[in-house]
Design a protein around this ligand. Sequence first.
Ligand code: FAD
Length: 383
Amino acid sequence: MDVYLSPRQLEMRAEVRAFLDEHYPPDRILQMERDLEYPDDFYRECASRGWTGIPVPTEYGGSDGSVLDLCVFVEEVGKTSISMATLYITGTIFGSHALHICGSQEQAARYLPAIVTGDKRFALGMSEPGAGSDFAGMTTTAEKVEGGWRINGAKGPISGAERAETIITAARTGTFPDQPRQKGITLFLVDNPLPGLAFERREYLSMKALMVNDIAYDDVFVPDEAVLGDIDDGWLNLAKLMDPERLANAAQSIGVAQAAIDDAVAYARNREQYGGPISRYQAVSHPLAESQAEVAAARLLVYAAAHKRDVEGPCPMEASMAKMLANNVAGRATSNAMQVAGARGFEAESHFMRRNLEVRGCELGGGTSQIQRNIIAHHMGLR
Ligand SMILES: Cc1cc2nc3c(=O)[nH]c(=O)nc-3n(C[C@H](O)[C@H](O)[C@H](O)COP(=O)(O)OP(=O)(O)OC[C@H]3O[C@@H](n4cnc5c(N)ncnc54)[C@H](O)[C@@H]3O)c2cc1C
């Protein structure tokens, strides 16, 4: 089933697995989630092994990897921990792709080498309390002042924001009644900390170690050099950034699903009821068999979409199809796995429960499945 993967990608995947198995066994992940232990060591280790450089061009010290490389990487990390996989997606992938898509040479020179060394992690501030799916409804504003811009408003929920060194912030800089509502949005590189920038933690059921924040911007001043891309046209660049975000999201949820299935198979073979292992019951084995087939199919769609993005460029329809399918399949797989584990799967600190909740979070981030269906339907000419 590794039809799309090169020997180099398979080797990287094996290295990532060996590293995670050695340093982050399942009970360590539970402890990190319980104690809200930010995966700093994990990220530093990724940097020292060259993994934060995967999406960064070689001229800035990276390895100029593909979106498919990134999917293979986050899928493997997703098998271990969604906090870690999401930290990598926001910290590394958002920043490097945003700079690649619309950064100036000065911005690239300032930020990209620091992504490789692990010294600059990013977060992406699009959503707001009043503007989730409908991001064009955002009310955070940036007003032009002498030498820069003043940002006022609120963002949230934003993954990993309080520990990010830079928050890519989308803010309204103008209104254009005759144009789409998205027109008038500009992206800013907001370095953290800054006067006027404040964070509040949201209490979610997963991704506790990474932390998800609401951000308040109270007259936050950023210089002119902080503008990322064209003024008032940030939405065009955000749209391009969504492909890698959604593909990585899809890949991490496939990783979670595969780990849940593997655990459920082991559990079913060991758990004895009525004088033998429960795996001998078709009612136990078939849902897992079906989920395994669905996960394998979704994985191929993710790889195919990532390959298309690498070879042909933007692929919003394929990225949305991959995210919607992967998230849905992973939801079913983690739910089937929980059922196999009976009451143990329902315990607060069960890995089955953790994975089911992790996939719920994946489904919301990067646009819900309903929004992905809207995008797919739009590209099919249906709306
Ligand atoms: C764990 C987590 C991490 C996140 N990280 C980030 C981040 O790093 N950066 C960031 O910018 N955002 C982030 N988000 C926010 C995420 O992108 C939004 O939650 C998501 O886009 C949905 O917005 P909402 O929650 O406001 O729901 P709403 O937009 O209020 O939607 C509520 C429900 O209505 C449905 N709905 C809304 N509009 C339509 C429509 N037109 N057609 C069909 N159905 C519709 C939705 O699918 C959903 O089921 C994160 C969210 C979570 C849960």
